[in-house]
Ligand binder design. Sequence first.
Ligand SMILES: Cc1cc2nc3c(=O)[nH]c(=O)nc-3n(C[C@H](O)[C@H](O)[C@H](O)COP(=O)(O)O)c2cc1C
Length: 339
Amino acid sequence: MRIDTIDIVPNVILAPMAGITAHPFRVICKQLGGVGLVVTELISSMAIHYKNEKTFGMFDWSADEYPSFCQLFGADPQVMAEAARIVCDAGADGVDINMGCWVPKVAKTGAGAALLKDICQAEAVVDAVVKAVPHKPVTVKVRAGFDQPHITAIKFAKSAAQLGAKSIAVHARFASQGFSGTADWSIIARVKDEVGDLIPVVGNGDIETPEDAARMVRETGCDGVMVGRAALGNPWLLKQIADYLATGTYGPGPSIEERFAIARQHARLQCAQQGENIGVRELRGLLPHYFKGIPGATRLRGVITSGETRTLAQVEATLDQAMEWHETLGDKESEIVAP
Ligand SMILES: Cc1cc2nc3c(=O)[nH]c(=O)nc-3n(C[C@H](O)[C@H](O)[C@H](O)COP(=O)(O)O)c2cc1C
């Protein structure tokens, strides 16, 4: 799959996820070899306009994750255009426009998925952003529509392509559904029918296994797949998906040793990026995903998320202890105490 001049190989994309797809997780996914494109979490164009220092701290892409797109949200075309110029000047390889976020803080400003209720405004945003960064690809990520039964993604996809968007990703749920129900992949197929000869279409929603990804490609004809929640704590899945799409087979999942090693790398990168104080707090929500399903995971999660664990050294000591314990006791339960 190709987005403008950029080859997306493999055609597996890490979905933007607020609080998760910062540099540490993106770079780990890249390193494990299963993603052709990574995207930042959504970043407020208005906050960029007001030169919010914390927001500039979210410009965390680097050459080792190329290509890396920055996702922006906002409803004001000129503010979005300005933000697009700023993030591209700061080295983003492309801009993704968020038209999928339904949380009130975003949607009540007319941004995110609310743009799907006002197609003229959505078109004005795409037009302004495309014109603002003529040398970088602009993509759009949409929901099926804002609320049932209004499937706006199909008609909007056509105008986005005609305005110069280089790809569209479709999370095949309505914004009003949040994450409830199941994604209706037939909507991805309809978007593909509508714009498949103009731009690549990326399917998104409920891919949990390599077989799911292959089924989505088969049923919808989408050019690429985007994976979010299932990659959390399991970035190896992306490589399995890429292999399965390319060859029809895939290797085994990670060993427990590999899981601990990547969890440790994630912990170090997170603290290097955010400082130990904030980094360790963020890790409470991130690391437990790596231990899902392993013996003693509940206790390990309890220690990592406890207020007692405040430093990177403590996090690492807990991982060491859990690993030692695993080597000694295998599947038997044991006590893990805060170091
Ligand atoms: C914790 C979390 C944060 C998310 N943040 C964003 C975001 O910043 N931008 C966005 O476009 N979508 C965001 N999403 C939606 C995902 O990109 C994706 O569309 C959705 O999770 C469906 O894909 P999945 O079934 O593979 O998880 C988020 C999802 C989750 C679970």
